[in-house]
Design a protein around this ligand. Structure first.
Ligand SMILES: [Cu+2]
Length: 254
């Protein structure tokens, strides 16, 4: 009996170990994505495994800011380093004074991933609607890789679908994988098998994808491609995985 248990345990351990490396996500999570009146918004910046809620470390990003129409504000200098376990993350804040759709973004430093023999750069965004403006959420920022929402990215209910368009250097990216994860930071969702951690949907010929989220909370989309430029690592050219990441919030339904 004991032997059977041990063998079973080893089989399960081997099964988990053989699973593909978990997906990394750049993250920007504000304390709210709707502001009814002017005030402060606080934000967390991470490089994370959202569904497993396990930390990677995010070094200070190359760029962090907020866009409101043509206006830009640099938030990099205001970011404060935080620790969660061994992982480094960053917190920021911003004073919202007028109506509009505020697009918060970050460009991280290239992250070297030995397991995949490549660099990873996740251009990350989230959108906050202030004072019921409901205008500007579909504006591309001109990031090298980004998801432009075709569904208004706030005021969503659990069970809603989200449609987005993936742009690489400003042009629609066909046939690209978009990884989807729930931010399971309270551990409320149990993971029955490794394939449930990251969902995958592929863009069509116009770079468009749609995904339906079964429950409320924060959901992240990471559109992925390999950059057409390489980066040097120890004198050798290495691939660069580019991610266009977008985080949206769905209101739970009782
Ligand atoms: Cu990782």
């Amino acid at each position: 009996m004991k032997k059977t248990l041990l063998v079973g345990f080893l089989l399960i351990a081997a099964f988990w170990a053989a699973a593909p490396a978990s997906a990394h996500f750049g993250m920007i999570i504000p304390d709210k994505n709707l502001m009814e009146r002017p005030g402060e918004i606080t934000l967390e910046y991470r490089f994370w495994h959202p569904m497993e809620n396990s930390g990677m470390s995010l070094v200070k990003p190359k760029a962090a800011g907020v866009a409101l129409g043509e206006e830009r504000a640099d938030l990099l200098a205001s970011l404060k380093e935080q620790k969660e376990g061994n992982a480094t993350l960053w917190s920021g804040s911003y004073q919202v004074k007028k109506p509009g759709d505020y697009i918060f973004y970050m460009e991280p430093q290239p992250y070297w991933e030995p397991a995949e023999d490549c660099y990873i750069i996740h251009y990350t965004k989230t959108i906050v609607d202030a004072l019921n403006a409901e205008e500007g959420w579909d504006q591309p920022l001109g990031l090298k890789m980004e998801i432009v929402p075709l569904t208004r990215p706030y005021g969503l209910w659990a069970g809603n679908s989200f449609t987005g368009k993936v742009l690489f250097k400003g042009a629609p990216l066909a046939n690209a994988d978009v990884e989807v994860e729930f931010y399971n930071n309270k551990g409320e969702m149990e993971i029955p098998a490794p394939v449930f951690v990251t969902q995958v949907v592929r863009t069509d010929a116009n770079g468009v994808f749609t995904f339906t989220m079964p429950w409320g909370g924060w959901w992240g989309f990471a559109a992925l491609t390999t950059d057409d430029q390489k980066m040097q690592k120890d004198g050798k050219p290495k691939n660069v995985e580019l991610g266009g990441v977008l985080w949206i919030y769905l209101q739970p339904v009782k």
